[in-house]
Design a binder for this molecule. Structure first.
Ligand code: M6R
Length: 610
């Protein structure tokens, strides 16, 4: 399961209420089906439903579950279709064991065959039931030993929360590959895939590490490693509060997060700039000698993070003579390219949990590269494995479609690029001052743009019935065109493709007619006129053009159907502004089409399978 959300609760409150509230806060992780199990006087009882957590809530209102403790799950299907039988929690045949799982058990086929040959019958097609059946076979009264043995026998990535029918005072957890936290309250203890699920009860969090296991009771939690050695874990006091994971009056998290981008930019710059100088020395272990010694920079990421990295590739190219390249994380390991001690490898990941990116990081590290993570989660798997971390400071992003973290990623990447160039001695002071001055005023420009949302809304409504869109951009605007198309695809389900504007004539132009709107990202920069030619080519094929340009350029675009202007800025910084109307456009198109904006079909917030 790429993502899935897990919650467990042991304590005096109504178990169903706590587990269901936690699942709702984790629903961004998957939402094909949901389920929960409790254990108490009646042994283990379980309810599962296809659909959203709200569907499970309705089912439980009719048939409540009462118990002393409970575990719950919201699913993003991989092994086995979206059915009640495949929904979690899964039990073994005698229901002596029940568990929820996030991740993939890679050797499940051979385990399933061996269990079948021993006479076990399965009631689902999932890899998870294999773990439940196997644990049922292994368990003989000692949960700790059973979990250690289970850990030894299953491979892949998994976070598991487990209850045993003969023990209604403890929930057990195992973590390998997929994230899992334990939250320590006052007379109550929780486990969850992510912090928002527990914030209502406590901010005292233990991040479980690789190969670690835990036993949760009302009194707290104990931890041990895969050999059974006890672990003394640090308790972290998280500084998030509940309002950060609530909608705050907005109809959708995505709209809230789009509107937070000015604040994110401000937050990102805080403590990293001194006057008009960039200073990351408090966060990075880089020295000038090291910076001068490297030959290449690899930027590696997936999805929206890949587009932020693609913008950064251009920035680093502008200010250094380094050999810089950007790679999609799932491709990076399969290329034959030089990587070594002379390589800075930068992994950009909002969640810090994307398995493709994590695997790429491990690969680069093994080759001797110095690894940097740019992430919104400083305690994530990627953050914990790299040499250096730069945090986005964007606050939790709940909408599945990334928006504010894209802005945060670009801001951190720009600072990183400038700092690297400065350490290498290739950054002109005038460029540093010019760009930092402009970055400091960027939040105001972003906020001014956001006030214009009515125009974007009307435009979005006008085009909301289109079946296909083309997005074009050159230079810094090419990754923005890609991001604009991705946003539209993700939440409105309209087919949208992005091309480097100069590529249109090499093929995609064949698609153009009056039914295919073309969004052209063309801020005022040195490529503006070339892109203007592409607008003319598009107009000649009768496609409606929606141009995103800079204030002052409108008079050249009188014959385009629709126009959105962004404030003027330095040419290298246009992505911070041009992306905003594209995010809003996608949002309002989706709103007009009535799609599930915060939880688009088939997607999950971070993808923890390859
Ligand atoms: O957590 P990450 O930044 O590593 O996630 C990468 C992609 O999965 C993510 O950006 C995805 O493309 C989003 N749905 C974009 O909106």
């Amino acid at each position: 399961m790429p993502m899935c959300g897990i919650v467990g609760y042991v304590g005096p409150r109504d178990v169903s209420t706590v587990v269901l509230a936690g699942l709702s806060r984790l629903e961004y992780r998957g939402y094909d089906s949901a389920g929960m199990a409790v254990s108490g006087e009646n042994g283990i009882e379980r309810s599962r439903e296809v659909g959203k957590v709200a569907d499970l809530v309705r089912m439980l209102e009719a048939n409540p579950l009462k118990g002393k403790q409970g575990i719950g799950h919201t699913r993003w299907a991989t092994h086995g279709g979206v059915t009640v039988e495949n929904a979690h929690p899964h039990c073994n045949s005698s229901s002596s064991v029940v568990l929820v799982h996030n991740g993939i058990i890679e050797n499940y086929t051979e385990l399933r065959e061996s269990l079948l040959s021993e006479g076990v019958t399965f009631s689902s097609q999932t890899d998870t039931e294999v773990a439940a059946q196997l644990l049922g076979k292994i368990y003989s009264g000692d949960p700790k030993q059973a979990l250690i043995e289970l850990y030894r026998r299953i491979t892949g990535a998994f976070a598991l929360a487990v209850m045993f029918a003969d023990d209604d005072d403890h929930i057990y957890c195992i973590r390998k590959g997929s994230p899992l936290i334990v939250a320590l309250g006052d007379g109550e203890t929780l486990c969850a895939s992510d912090v928002p699920a527990v914030l209502e009860y406590t901010r005292r969090i233990v991040y479980m590490g690789e190969g670690e296991m835990a036993c949760l009771s009302r009194e707290g939690a104990s931890f041990w490693d895969s050999e059974g050695n006890p672990l003394d874990k640090d308790v972290v006091e998280v500084d998030w509060d509940l309002s950060m994971v609530e909608k705050g009056g907005y109809p959708h998290f995505m709209l809230k997060e789009i509107n937070e981008q000015g604040a994110v930019m401000r937050q990102t710059l805080t403590g990293r700039t001194e006057g008009e100088q960039v200073d990351l020395s408090k966060e990075l272990s880089w020295t000038a000698d090291w910076a001068r010694s490297i030959k290449r920079v690899h930027l590696v990421a997936c999805g929206t993070s890949f587009y932020a990295a693609s913008v950064a590739e251009r920035v680093i190219g502008l200010f250094t003579d380094l050999d810089v390249r950007v790679d999609i994380a799932s491709e990076y390991r399969y290329r034959s390219i030089p990587i070594g001690e002379d390589t800075l490898a930068v992994f950009v990941s909002q969640s810090g949990e994307t398995l493709d990116t994590l695997a790429a990081e491990r690969f680069a590290k093994e080759k001797g590269a110095r690894c940097l993570a740019i992430t919104n989660n400083g305690l994530s798997s990627i953050a914990r494995e790299v040499d250096d971390v730069l945090l986005l400071k964007a606050g939790p992003e709940i909408g599945v479609a990334a928006t504010k973290t894209f802005t945060g990623q670009m801001a951190v990447l720009y600072l990183m690029a400038l700092y690297l160039a400065k350490l290498r001695g290739s950054l002109k002071e005038t460029d540093e001052q010019r760009l930092l001055r402009e970055m400091t005023s960027m939040p105001y420009k972003i906020e001014a743009l956001l006030e214009n949302s009515d125009t974007v809304k009307l435009m979005a409504e006008k085009y909301s019935l289109a079946r296909d869109f083309l997005f074009l951009g050159r230079g810094f605007s090419f990754p923005i065109a890609l991001e604009g198309a991705l946003k539209l695809k993700e939440i409105s389900y309209i087919h949208a493709e992005a091309y480097a504007a100069g590529e249109m004539k090499h093929g995609p132009i064949a698609l153009l007619d009056r039914a295919v709107p073309v969004v052209v990202v063309m801020p005022d920069d040195e490529l503006w006129e070339k892109t203007l030619s592409n607008v003319q080519e598009t107009k000649a094929r009768k496609s409606p053009v929606i141009a995103i340009t800079t204030v002052g350029r409108e008079s050249y675009l009188k014959d385009v159907e629709d126009l959105l202007s962004v404030p003027a800025t330095e040419p290298e910084l246009t992505p911070f502004l041009t992306v905003i109307p594209l995010q809003m456009f996608a949002y309002y198109v989706a709103l007009a089409r009535g799609t599930e904006i915060d939880q688009p079909r088939n997607l999950a917030k971070s993808v923890t399978v390859e």
